[in-house]
Design a binder for this molecule. Structure first.
Ligand SMILES: [Zn+2]
Length: 251
């Protein structure tokens, strides 16, 4: 855990400016919530008036830490612009299945179809918490390259219906391109289905250092053009605002 300070945060604003991003959100994992300092975010906003800086967090299903994370989110809901929901844990409490490469052992000897079904059930549980605005890396379960044998369209369809019913957004995240699966989160069929259902998208790089901020955004912009996605959303105090792609230099 790193405590928020101007030395920690300013490089993020500098990196964003360098690549033409005018609107960014901090979304640390909830297990690091004790490091988040809203006063430091406010000072960062004051020092960088040319930029919109959103206070967010990523709530996951960590069986050990996320109970405290949920409490913290409830307590600070009004100060947060944006809460991402995600699933990083299957049956093992001590290891995220998406640790690279170690998490891949959680698939050994298991039926990949059953793992996919279990994963998307957990995604729906996260969507049902009422504590999230948007779901992160919706098909993270593919990270190590495991693909289902059976048609999983039904499970995905049901999950996206659930997301739509809760009026949540989903991420288009370039992080998948730097993982073994080497594919956008989510994959093309899910993006198509989400468009058909009218689910709004955010754009994300899931940067774990300021150097990764906006990674592969030009490539994502090309893909969005191919999909016909012309709007993305941003959140301000959990209120969703649609922005035309390009006009706000989001990409
Ligand atoms: Zn995540």
């Amino acid at each position: 855990m790193q405590r928020y300070s101007s030395a920690l945060l300013q490089p993020w604003a500098d990196s964003a400016r360098k690549i033409g991003l005018t609107d960014i959100a901090f979304t640390d994992h909830d297990r690091y919530h004790t490091g988040i300092d809203f006063d430091e975010i406010e000072r960062l906003r004051e020092r960088n008036p040319d930029m919109r800086i959103r206070a967010g967090i990523e709530l996951d299903n960590d069986p050990i830490h996320s109970a405290a994370g949920r409490k913290w989110i409830e307590k600070h809901w009004d100060k947060l612009d944006f809460v991402l929901g995600s699933v990083h844990f299957l049956d093992r409490a001590d290891q995220m299945f998406d640790s690279v490469p170690d998490g891949a052992v959680q698939f050994d000897g298991h039926d990949v179809d059953a793992i996919y079904a279990d994963y998307f059930r957990r995604v729906r549980e996260m969507a049902a918490t009422g504590l999230v605005d948007c779901l992160a890396h919706l098909d993270l379960i593919k990270i190590h390259g495991h693909r289902p044998q059976a048609e999983i369209g039904g499970i995905v369809y049901e999950t996206l219906d659930f997301v739509r019913g809760r009026d949540l957004a989903i991420e288009l995240s370039t992080a998948g391109w730097r993982k073994p699966v080497n594919e956008l989160y989510p994959g093309d069929p899910i993006v198509d289905l989400a468009i058909a259902k009218g689910i709004p998208f955010t754009v994300a790089s899931d940067a774990h250092s300021h150097a990764q901020l906006g990674e592969n955004f030009p490539r994502l912009a090309q893909k969005m053009t191919a999909f016909g996605v012309r709007e993305v959303c941003i959140f301000e105090k959990h209120k969703r605002v649609m922005r035309a792609v390009g006009t706000e230099s989001l990409l």
